[in-house]
Design a protein around this ligand. Sequence first.
Ligand code: BES
Ligand code: MN
Ligand code: ZN
Length: 488
Amino acid sequence: MNLQATGTSILEWSGEGLAIGMFEDATALTGDLETLDGKLSGAIKDLIADADFKGKPATSASTRIAGSPIRKLMLVGLGKSDQMTLEGLRRAGAAAAKLAKRERCKMVGISLPIFNNDAAASAQAIAEGAELALYEDRRFKSEPDDTPPVEQIELLGLAGQDAAIEKAHKICSGVFLARELVAAPANYLTPVTMAETASAIASEFGLQAEILEKEDCEKLGMGAFLGVAQASDLPPKFIHLIYRPDGAARKKVAIIGKGLTFDSGGLNIKGAGSGIEMMKTDMGGAGATLGAAKAIAQLKPDVEVHFIVAATENMISGRAIHPGDILTASNGKTIEINNTDAEGRLTLADALVYAEKLEVDAIVDLATLTGACVVALGDSIAGLWSPSDDVANQLVSASEQAGEKIWRMPMEEKYFESMKSGIADMKNTGARAGGAISAAIFLKQFVKETPWAHLDVAGPVWADKENGYNGAGATGYGVRTLVNWVTS
Ligand code: BES
Ligand code: MN
Ligand code: ZN
């Protein structure tokens, strides 16, 4: 699909389908729209009346226009004009693109307003919405899609915004990689194939790649990560990609993603009704991390970024960790495993210690860490924990810009008490109540002084239903927030 900006006005534009955004309080036609309506013999007014179209957000209407070069006229609701947001524009771009596809338009024009006089941000948001909405993952289908694809989209009234559209395209390529990684089941995406994918994006986009093998991890004393990995027939892979800017780096950061390609729970196996069949998504943090790497390598900001994934599966076998085992992490801390299903934090413990040794200015980890976070915030909001108000605020504003929801949660140190162990330095799980908080407090034991934030993304990496620019399935959550955080 080719997406570009055009200076052609809605009066002159011709193509198969024209999508026009309309505010809730402005369905009475004025200006160019009124003129266009005249040219089309009142087709817009008729459509508004026939469909009882009121411009409400997430509503649309379309009609066929006889005897006009524009075959389909589509209206997209924008809600109230004084409540317009960038995310509203992103969703409007998505609605227009999806409608065009449904109406089998190959060549589409989209006319939407500019938010806050910011044509670049508006063009980027509309382009993101359209691209993200048209994405379809057919890798595991044997038959092709029978609906013809949208081939070309022109954004009307946004001439000169090609750089913003190009930026959106690079970011979306990262989101698609994250979606593909998360959607791929554990018999396709393994620690080995994830490392291969990481190496492939590194060589394609000029990143440095270091893949640490099990023996390398042993030398570094990563007993927590390797304990989780030890039951699998597949070798663990510790993935480290590095983006270095051409000139001087303004800051140096690390992004860590939980990379469990499958989480059976281990000997504390996940039972029926636990959602075990969804545990291919337990590398959602890794997906976002590698997706961000792909986008950032193309965007080339003046920031040095380290992308880290301790990839493995959590399996059962004669070699599995026994509940009660004591593991030693790479910072020397000992952990009594009272639940083998709390494995993500063990892999992250060694990844955090590794990241801190890189002497970065800040570390952010993303992890599908707890069901408790989904209970607390539902499936569309990630939990954010950070001892640093600075990093927390940066992430909140990066996520707002991206249209990815996060909510800051308390770092309640007192909850560490339930993780105290009589025999080791700590247990890996504490009380059931506040389980997402104690997981964050556990991670904190492995960060000494680097400003750090943890995002529990167990809810938003997957969507059961289509919504806006996300189809049902993997959302690619986190990539856009990470890109904004790094580039801001
Ligand atoms: N991967 C899961 C968390 C998860 C649950 C992600 C549901 C997505 C959807 C994690 O490894 C896990 O099993 N966590 C346990 C922790 C518990 C044993 C303290 C959980 O949330 O039940
Ligand atoms: Mn688990
Ligand atoms: Zn897990």
